[in-house]
Design a protein around this ligand. Structure first.
Ligand SMILES: C[S@@+](CC[C@H](N)C(=O)[O-])C[C@H]1O[C@@H](n2cnc3c(N)ncnc32)[C@H](O)[C@@H]1O
Length: 286
């Protein structure tokens, strides 16, 4: 075992090390895997517009263009993963399509992230303003009807200028949509290519447990900082609850203390939280 473990609160476990090595040792009981891989891709070229695309240099410098494999998916499926999302680009399309259509999943959907601030240039080809992500789910994963805005296959969002010194940081609004669609409250989401922890921040904000794995020290340390901040913010954030018919604003810590005294959480939709004493419920609106 050559990896390192950082725990934040009860529900966030971050590992510094190789993803497969960590997964094989820890064997987390995964509900959902969300993977933002490095892509194997050609970062040369760009012609006269090359200077506008300096993030290609950053991608190469961080070693994010040289390797792509999907072994972690196969291993996650062995660990019980029911719902899997991955990003990819056109050079991985055949591999991803074969994996998703190979009988692993009950249903799957090819989706797109449309970057509203992509470079306004094509250089003799189509503009590269979209990134692909695919979501597959097995029988047993409850894909609930959600607001139509969340269920659209094209998600529109700006590619945030990185404050986190990583060339491919994903925007939080995009990751929140993906986490909401691909998992339920209280479930365990793993991101084996954590980078600076964007998936984890979305998980914390949406009440999912999170395991993140990253093998680059600089990115790992940034993720620890972001996840600690997200966790602390979430601890102080109050949500609206009905308790035995009365309205209250409660922090997650206060909710946990109600649960200890035989109160049950009826619904975890932030707009319709209900806590009542006794009874049986594990209902969740997500
Ligand atoms: C595309 S980036 C993820 C960026 C992330 N979504 C974010 O918003 O910051 C992929 C990350 O996977 C990491 N990585 C690549 N191979 C890995 C491996 N075998 N084990 C753990 N991490 C790995 C890279 O260092 C890189 O930070």
């Amino acid at each position: 075992m050559t990896f390192e473990h950082v725990k934040i609160g009860n529900d966030i476990d971050l590992y510094f090390g190789d993803n497969l090595e960590v997964m094989r040792s820890v064997k987390p009981p995964i509900d959902t895997l969300i993977a933002d891989h490095p892509y194997k891709m050609n970062t040369s070229g760009g012609g006269k517009f090359r200077a506008e695309r300096s993030n290609l240099e950053d991608i190469t410098a961080a070693g994010l263009d040289g390797h792509f494999d999907i072994e972690v998916y196969h291993y996650a499926m062995k660990l019980g993963c029911l719902s899997l999302v991955c990003f990819f680009n056109w050079q991985q399309e055949a591999t991803i399509s074969a994996f998703f259509n190979h009988g692993h999943f009950f249903r799957n959907s090819l989706n797109f992230w449309d970057k509203t601030n992509a470079s306004p240039m094509c250089n003799g080809a189509y503009q590269s303003h979209v990134e692909y992500f695919r979501h597959g789910w097995r029988e047993g994963f409850r894909m609930k009807n959600r607001p139509l805005g969340d269920m659209k296959k094209v998600f529109t969002s700006a590619n945030g200028k990185s404050e986190f010194d990583h060339p491919t940081v994903k925007p939080i609004d995009l990751m929140c949509k993906i986490v909401r669609n691909a998992s339920h409250r209280g479930q365990l989401v793993i991101d084996p290519y954590m980078g600076t922890g964007s998936t984890g921040v979305a998980c914390v904000q949406l009440g999912r447990r999170f395991v993140g794995i990253e093998h680059n020290r600089k990115f790992f340390d940034i993720a620890v900082g972001r996840l600690t901040e997200a966790f602390e913010a979430q601890q102080n954030e109050k949500q609206f609850y009905y308790i035995d018919g009365c309205d209250r604003w409660l922090t997650p810590i206060e909710v946990r203390s109600y649960k200890k005294f035989d109160y049950k959480l009826m619904s975890e939709d932030p707009d319709h939280n209900t806590i009542y004493r006794g009874g049986v419920s594990n209902a969740s609106s997500e």
